[in-house]
Design a protein around this ligand. Structure first.
Ligand code: ITT
Length: 196
């Protein structure tokens, strides 16, 4: 079965191509259909994930899968959350977002720097699928005081998983996939699909 991968984020596309290979579906990035990511108007990861999946399915006529994810920082009341991609402003890049986060966390002591990545993956079999399937994943950790490493994307250089001294950007990709919110969400989605 061909499924549209409804994301415009190159980091996510890389991780999904690593992880989806063994699942036996053919995933086609939405850019191959000329689909641009829609505006994310939802207040929750679920809302935005299904909004993106339905949008890509409507435009391609195929089933579509979308990921909505973000970083939740306890000392910032859960921010940047669903706004993680645009924390430093609309269209802001990873560097600007990291800079804003580190600045907001300057006075936060080591013991209070807990945070987590969340990921919700939605699969819409048609644009108006009345029972889309969701997979969810969480990855607990802390916010570092300075960026470290060059792997991954987004906030990876400033997030160290719980019990780990390296940042996610210092982990080999395969190690990130076995632990990450995205890896867990994909395994959760896969398990639910097998029960349908
Ligand atoms: P699409 O909506 O097109 O998929 P996006 O980048 O806008 O791309 P989101 O709205 O889901 O995606 O925003 C997620 C943001 O959260 C992402 O841009 C990163 O800044 C951050 N993020 C999510 N997963 C991450 C990961 O594994 N490592 C680092 N940062 C991550």
């Amino acid at each position: 079965m061909r499924i549209v991968l409804a994301t415009g984020n190159a980091g996510k596309i890389r991780e999904f191509s690593d992880m989806l290979g063994p699942l036996g579906f053919e995933f086609v990035p939405q850019s191959e259909f000329g689909i641009e990511p829609p505006e994310e108007t939802g207040d929750t990861f679920e809302d935005n994930a299904i909004l993106k999946a339905r949008y890509a399915s409507a435009r391609s006529g195929l089933p579509a899968m979308a990921d909505d994810s973000g970083l939740e920082v306890d000392a910032l009341g859960g921010a940047p959350g669903v706004r993680s991609a645009r924390y430093a402003g609309e269209g802001s890049g990873d560097l600007a977002n990291i800079e804003k986060l580190l600045e907001a966390m300057t006075l936060v002591p080591d013991a209070s720097r807990s945070a987590r990545f969340r990921c919700v993956i939605a699969l819409a079999r048609t644009a108006d699928d009345p029972s889309p399937v969701f997979g969810r994943g969480v990855w607990e950790g802390v916010i570092l005081r300075a960026p470290r490493g060059h792997g991954g994307f987004g906030y990876d250089p400033v997030f160290a998983p719980r019990g780990e001294t390296r940042s996610v950007a210092e982990l080999p990709a395969a190690e990130k996939h076995t632990q990450s919110h995205r890896g867990s969400a994909l395994r959760d989605l896969h398990a639910r699909l097998r029960r349908i």
